[in-house]
Structure formats: structure tokens, C-alpha cells
Ligand binder design. Structure first.
Ligand code: SF4
Length: 453
């Protein structure tokens, strides 16, 4: 295999942990280097993935058809009711619209779509070209909202204006426009909102069920199986629980400032973090000891069932090497713990959107020799996988071909997946998938590629 090099301008975003390294100053939270084929999505895609699971809202992509096609049905987020989110509408801007402006087209499209689908709200996404031609989507949204009597929310997500993280911010700002507009009547004291949980393959239902078994009322999930009316009254909850912190901490912080609702950061992946997510909520409501008792009951029942099964997988996986490259670094923390419980060693941990604190945390958790990387590209990932003789890559749809081309097993832990990996049952599914991929007989016929020259 030809020599694989790290681009000069990328070297500060790559760090290898070793005893001699005294300072840790990884570069992150910056735009991608030109010429480095980043695995990141654009700003628009960032906001689209966050808002997509709001199932009774209309999602209109204002721009050329390619932007809509790129993000059509982008998540495995399921709904227990309406499925309007699974349709992707676009104003399909053409050359003449770019010259003369697309506002009239957007206005007419919205009137037609709202009449036909009767949504509870509409999200209107700006794409790159809108940032260039300067359509005033705020004015169009305001006009349509007044005429149709529903919230019509501009999402300022012009693709070029930053990183995927700026898209998360745009999505949170759009959500914040409807939070606080509904009645909080009937919401009890022991109530939460679940933020940053997107109901992939029904994961939000699993998590919600655990909390409900503890006597906790879930006012809204944002945005998995999301409903506009629930989001409107979410300011009545006593606590926000934030999982995907990269995408939703901004919303939690804004709700704390505006409504005084505290928030907790949690993860639902792996036994340790899932248990902690339940106990942390129980501790918050410490004036009611029954909640803690119920949490203990849920954890001991679920762990009691799961643990013997994990030991079986561990027998085969013990000592295998894993590489993690995910969107948010917080997920990487949970994956390191989950892989450790399967006896596996993490030799590469990276993310698209981590910040300095995240990477500092990863460094603390990882063994000597582990590579920590921010905003990587396929060449770098291939190089690290080969150098570290990785047995398993965990990533998303864009990382899958890298693993398979190198003859390395793969586990999809991104938003397209169709099986739940959150919760205790999710840990079982994760261990099973890792086991089946690493131990698959197919690797006899597609052996791992050789080392670097
Ligand atoms: S918003 Fe811009 S970068 Fe994103 S898909 Fe559309 S054209 Fe591409």
C-alpha cells in the first residue's frame, strides 16, 4: 500500500498519547482544512439532522434540489404517529431564481404545502445559495405564519457559514422560538425533557420507559418522535436531560437562562453510563426516595439479565483493537467504556465536532499510544487503522467503506442505523453486532490490507 501522509495543516489536530508528551494542545472547533476531504457534514446538514425527527412539522429546504436530496430521510428516527418528517420538500431553485430571487417561490410553496399537509409548524432551512443571493426568509416566514396561524420558523443554516456545529446552533435557535408558547398546565414536579435523543430505531421509547418506571414524567423528547405541541410546553418541565451534548447543550443552556430549568449531561450507551443516567435523575429529585428505589430496581433487573450475555461475547472479543470515529466526542466516552466491558482496547478515538475539554477527557480515558484526532479524513483514518492493526472501526455511513476496503470489521453507530444501541437492551445489540462483525467468517475471503510502506 502506498505511503499515507498527514497533511501539514492537519498535524495539530492529531495527537498520540504517550508518556513523553507533556503538553496537550490539540487544535479543534475550527473550519476544515481546504484539500482535506473532511468526514463532516455542512451547517445545513447539522441543523437538518437535529430537527428532522419532529414528526408533525413541515421541513422545507430552500435551495437547489441537491441539498434536499443529500439530507432526504437522513435519520433512522421513527415516529409513533405522524410521519411528515420523512418527506423532504424543496423549493428546487434554478438559475432564474438565483438571478431574480427565490422569495416568491418560497412563499407560494409554503402556502401550498401548509394547505395540503396541515402541519403543526414549519421549519425553513437556508442553504448556501440563499446566503449568497440574500433572500429574506425571515420576512417570508413571518408573513406565512400570520396568514396560516402556525409557527413558520427560519433555520439560518447556510452550508458554508461554519461547521456542522453551527447547524446545531441554528436548529436550537429555531426550537427556542416555539419553546414557551404552550400551556404548562398539568405538568408535575417530577418531570423532565429528554434532549439530544433522536429516537433512532425507537431508542427514545426505551429510555422514556425506564424513566416512567421510576415515576418520572417525560414532557417532551427533542427531537426524537418529537411533537410541536410537546416542545411548546417543554418549559414546564423541572429538569432537562441532555444526551447528544454537541447538538443540544445550547438549547439546555438557553432554557436554563430563560426559564431556570437546570440540565444534566448523560449518555445512554453502555451499562455504566445508562445506569448513571437513571441514578443522576433520581439524585436530582432526592426529596422523593421512591424514585431512587425505582431506579435501583430497573438497573438491577436489566444488568442482571444483560451481564451474563456480555461475558459470552467478551470471551471472543478480549484483546481485540477498536477505532472510534464519531460525530460528537461525548459518545466516544461511552463507547470506550462499552468496549472496555467487552475486553477490547481502543487505539484510535476521534470526532467531528469535539472541543478542547472533550479531547482532554478522551486523553484521560485512553491508554498509552492511542491516537486522538479531530475532524479527520479518509486518508488519515486509513493510515491509523493500518498502523494500529485495528480489528473494528465504529463510525457512520461515511466511514463504513473505509473499513470494508481495508478488510476491517465495522459497527454503525450513527444516525442511519436501524437497531437500537441505547439503553441496556441497546448494549446487548451493540455487543452482538460487534461480535458478529469482528468474528465474521467473511474476513477469510476479504483479508485485512497489508501495512504501510
Ligand atoms: S447547503 Fe451548501 S454545502 Fe450544504 S448541501 Fe447545500 S450546497 Fe452543499
Amino acid at each position: 500500500m502506498e505511503k499515507l501522509e498527514i497533511l501539514e495543516g492537519r498535524k495539530k489536530q492529531v495527537f498520540e498519547k504517550n508518556k513523553e508528551t507533556e503538553t496537550f494542545d490539540i487544535k479543534c472547533e475550527t473550519t476544515s482544512l481546504s484539500g482535506s476531504v473532511s468526514q463532516r457534514a455542512c451547517v445545513f446538514c447539522g441543523s437538518r439532522v437535529v430537527l428532522y425527527p419532529v414528526a408533525d412539522a413541515l421541513h422545507v429546504v430552500h435551495g437547489p434540489i441537491g441539498c434536499a436530496a443529500y439530507t432526504w430521510d437522513i435519520r433512522g428516527a421513527v415516529s409513533s404517529g405522524p410521519e411528515l418528517h420523512r418527506l423532504s420538500f424543496s423549493t428546487d431553485l434554478k438559475e432564474m431564481d438565483v438571478i431574480y430571487g427565490g422569495e416568491k417561490k418560497l412563499y407560494k410553496s409554503l402556502l401550498e404545502l401548509i394547505d395540503q399537509y396541515e402541519p403543526k409548524a414549519a421549519f425553513i432551512y437556508s442553504t448556501c445559495i440563499i446566503g449568497l443571493i440574500g433572500d429574506d426568509i425571515d420576512a417570508v416566514c413571518k408573513k406565512v405564519s400570520e396568514e396560516k396561524g402556525i409557527p413558520v420558523l427560519p433555520v439560518h443554516s447556510e452550508g458554508f457559514k461554519g461547521t456542522k456545529k453551527d447547524g446545531y446552533k441554528a436548529a436550537c435557535d429555531a426550537l427556542m422560538k416555539i419553546v414557551g408558547t404552550g400551556s404548562t398546565e398539568g405538568i408535575g414536579k417530577y418531570s423532565i425533557n429528554i434532549l439530544g435523543e433522536f429516537n433512532l430505531a425507537g431508542e427514545a421509547w426505551i429510555i422514556k420507559d425506564y424513566y416512567e418506571q421510576m415515576g418520572i414524567e417525560v414532557v417532551s423528547t427533542m427531537t426524537g418522535d418529537g411533537r410541536v405541541d410537546d416542545i411548546r410546553r417543554s418549559h414546564g418541565a423541572s429538569l432537562n436531560i441532555v444526551q447528544c451534548s454537541g447538538s443540544m447543550v445550547r438549547l439546555a443552556k438557553t432554557m436554563e437562562e430563560k426559564y431556570g430549568i437546570p440540565y444534566l449531561r448523560v449518555s445512554y450507551f453502555g451499562i455504566e453510563d445508562m445506569s448513571k443516567a437513571l441514578y443522576d435523575v433520581a439524585s436530582h429529585f432526592s426529596d422523593n426516595p421512591e424514585i431512587l428505589q425505582a431506579a435501583k430496581k430497573v438497573v438491577s433487573r436489566e444488568v442482571g439479565e444483560l451481564y451474563p450475555q456480555l461475558l459470552e461475547f467478551r470471551k471472543a472479543l478480549d484483546g481485540k483493537k477498536a477505532a472510534i470515529y464519531v460525530g460528537g466526542a461525548f459518545k466516544a466516552f461511552s463507547l470506550i467504556k462499552a468496549l472496555d466491558s467487552l475486553g477490547m482496547d481502543v487505539v484510535l478515538a476521534g470526532s467531528q465536532t469535539g472541543n478542547k475539554d472533550d479531547y482532554e477527557g478522551l486523553k484521560g480515558m485512553c491508554d498509552e499510544g492511542t491516537i486522538i484526532v479531530d475532524d479527520s479524513n479518509p486518508v488519515e483514518l486509513s493510515k491509523f487503522i493500518l498502523e494500529k492493526e485495528v480489528d473494528l472501526l465504529i463510525g457512520g455511513v461515511k466511514e463504513r467503506p473505509i473499513a470494508y476496503k481495508l478488510g476491517v470489521s465495522f459497527c454503525d453507530h450513527n444516525h442511519e442505523r436501524k437497531i437500537p444501541l441505547a439503553g441496556f437492551i441497546g448494549m446487548y445489540n451493540f455487543a452482538k453486532e460487534v461480535y458478529e462483525s469482528v468474528m465474521s467468517p467473511v474476513w477469510q475471503f476479504a483479508p485485512r490490507k497489508g501495512g504501510l510502506s
